[in-house]
Design a protein around this ligand. Sequence first.
Ligand SMILES: N[C@@H]1[C@@H](O)[C@H](O)[C@@H](COP(=O)(O)O)O[C@@H]1O
Length: 261
Amino acid sequence: MEIVIHDSPQRLGEVAADAIAALLAADPTAVLGLATGSSPRPVYDALAARCERGEVSFAQARAFTLDEYVGLPADHPERYRNVIDADFVSRVDFAPGAVQGPDGLATDIPAACAEYEAAIVAAGGVDLQILGIGTDGHIAFNEPGSSLASRTRIKTLTRQTRLDNARFFDGDPQAVPQHCLTQGLATIMAARHIVLLATGRGKAEAVHHLAEGAVSAMWPATILQHHPHVSVLLDSAAASRLQLVDYYRETYGAKPGWQGI
Ligand SMILES: N[C@@H]1[C@@H](O)[C@H](O)[C@@H](COP(=O)(O)O)O[C@@H]1O
């Protein structure tokens, strides 16, 4: 797991955008994993700007989103599919139908989850997965206690996550759906490169567990310690509880410029 610390979220976004641009330059048909939330927005802003300048194209690429609330109407602005469209997909040149997400309105939820897993496999798997992290250490919507071997399924959100996400629902935690569909931890682990972004002191405890804690379903993101290629992009506040912070800064500072993340 590589830890990269920069104080500007824009700089973190550019580091992740560099990795995605390099991937697409090598393989224009690459498969991306997209995350909703505020943490990845600088990545999407950087990529949208590059696409507008003609420096990167998603025309042949495909993408899968991580998770979705169950039961939000198709036109609800907080439906994750609509959020990712507004934050990123509508700002670049993906072909129609190239971006898929779990169907939170499916009548047969287990079948929809199985189909989603099959679609990711049929696309050849995810080459680069963008991730955020919840304050309780969840990734996608894999809450504490999630099976470390889980696949796409329905989950119940914790009170903490509904409180955290109430800011998108006029501050009302009760308005945040109680259920979601989410890629499982094993689904996420199958991605070939994982780039996780976290900023702000509120994420410091979760980031400490992610990088330096014991692997445990109580902190689901810790499963990433078992992945061979994870890049964790942090600001100083999110990195503030890391014991080896000086070592991480020295290591990244001494890295050859050509190497990328
Ligand atoms: N399901 C999403 C996660 O995918 C995201 O990582 C997390 C943190 O969001 P933010 O980046 O806005 O802090 O929020 C939600 O719960």
